[in-house]
Design a protein around this ligand. Structure first.
Ligand SMILES: *Cc1c(COP(=O)(O)O)cnc(C)c1O
Ligand code: SF4
Length: 345
């Protein structure tokens, strides 16, 4: 397969045949509101216009429909930001937004109004953020996100890993990234070397098995072989992966690549993303469909990030209903009911 070039902006989407010339004028306001970009690797995974890969990156007129409930900062990143570039919502972990740039701009992005603008966090702000972390021993984990932290050069990543490793109370660094899948060629030996040996977990954002080509498989293998634990996070997207079959195929493929599915996110209330959002009831029905059908090791936690900055909560099917006096009605994976009594204490 020949190497494809990245697509930047609406005109290049038209030139690539992913947006029809007739449709383009109606999408100008979308381009003015939200960035448009797709990597060559993702372009190579599109099998047809409007398919599960194309729809994640190709703008649609529906993005101009802003619903009343949709927010500029749906998960409340700004509510708990003590210093620039840092979100400290939970006592033991912080998010460090090292860059606002991504290799792709997902049409459903939860930070779509924050990504793309300013590039890398200036070094003075980074130093202030690292000082904050160093001064707060309760912080045990630093989560790098953005944007996509792995757009930074291997040299910068190495520098950051070294600085974080000097803070004794930081046990773990987590990198949330889409790069191993959308730009696998960026997972170079130099990058793997920068991560190897650091206490790093990599969480890969991927939503559909069709995104993961041979180059992505090789990139994930390079990370796995360097001993870096791999997790995944996916967004539940209407018309893209909202079926038991699509989720099963994705999670099975990830597990073969030694990636443990971690979170399935209910689609956040970002502006102009209503056409991608399922209901919570639909999401819970999909999770119930997976339970029992596929290995428990393949099942992520379905989560909602509560709008306004109240954090993530699992959206679980309740299998245990209290009947009082230590008696429980338990529902098995096929819907059968069983009584369970707690032993007297
Ligand atoms: C999602 C998130 C985290 C990480 O949460 P986990 O449940 O540990 O994956 C941490 N901080 C903020 C602000 C978040 O939004
Ligand atoms: S890669 Fe992540 S941060 Fe970047 S546009 Fe996609 S969802 Fe948003």
């Amino acid at each position: 397969m020949t190497e494809q070039r990245a697509i930047n902006g609406l005109a290049e989407m038209v030139a690539a045949g992913l947006v029809s010339p007739a449709q383009a004028p109606s999408l100008t306001p979308v381009e003015e509101a939200f960035r448009i970009r797709m990597t060559g690797a993702m372009r190579g995974r599109v099998l047809g216009v409007g398919d599960a890969v194309a729809r994640q990156f190709v703008p649609e007129a529906a993005e101009m429909i802003i619903r009343e409930e949709e927010l500029a900062d749906p998960i409340g990143d700004e509510v708990y930001s003590p210093v620039k570039g840092l979100t400290h919502r939970y006592p033991d972990r912080v998010i460090l937004h090292v860059t606002k740039t991504c290799e792709v701009y997902c049409r459903f992005c939860f930070r779509r109004e924050a990504v793309g603008d300013e590039g890398t966090l200036p070094d003075t702000d980074l130093v202030a953020a690292l000082d904050y972390i160093a001064l707060h021993p309760a912080i045990r984990e630093v989560i790098l996100t953005g944007g996509d932290p792995l757009v930074l050069s291997a040299r910068r990543i190495k520098g950051l890993m070294d600085r974080l490793s000097m803070i004794a109370h930081v046990d773990q660094v987590r990198i949330h990234t889409r790069i191993p899948v959308v730009a696998p060629e960026k997972v170079t030996e130099a990058l793997v070397a920068a991560l190897r040996g650091a206490r790093v977990w990599v969480v890969v954002h991927t939503n559909h098995a069709q995104e993961i080509g041979e180059a992505a498989e090789a990139a994930l293998a390079r990370l796995a072989e360097a001993g870096i634990p791999l997790l995944s996070q996916s967004v539940l997207l209407r018309g893209i992966n909202d079926s038991v079959a699509a989720l099963e195929e994705l999670f099975r493929k990830l597990m073969r690549l030694r990636v443990k599915p971690y979170y399935l996110h209910h689609c956040d209330l970002a502006k102009g993303t209503g056409h991608f959002r399922t209901t919570i009831a639909e999401g819970k029905a999909l999770m119930a469909g997976l339970r029992g059908r596929i290995s428990g090791t393949l099942i992520p936690t379905y989560v909602l990030d509560i709008p306004g900055g109240y954090g993530k909560v699992p959206l679980v099917r309740d299998h245990a209903e209290p009947l009082g006096d230590g008696l429980w009605r338990i529902t098995d994976w096929q819907g059968g009911h069983h009584l369970y009594r707690d032993p007297e204490r």
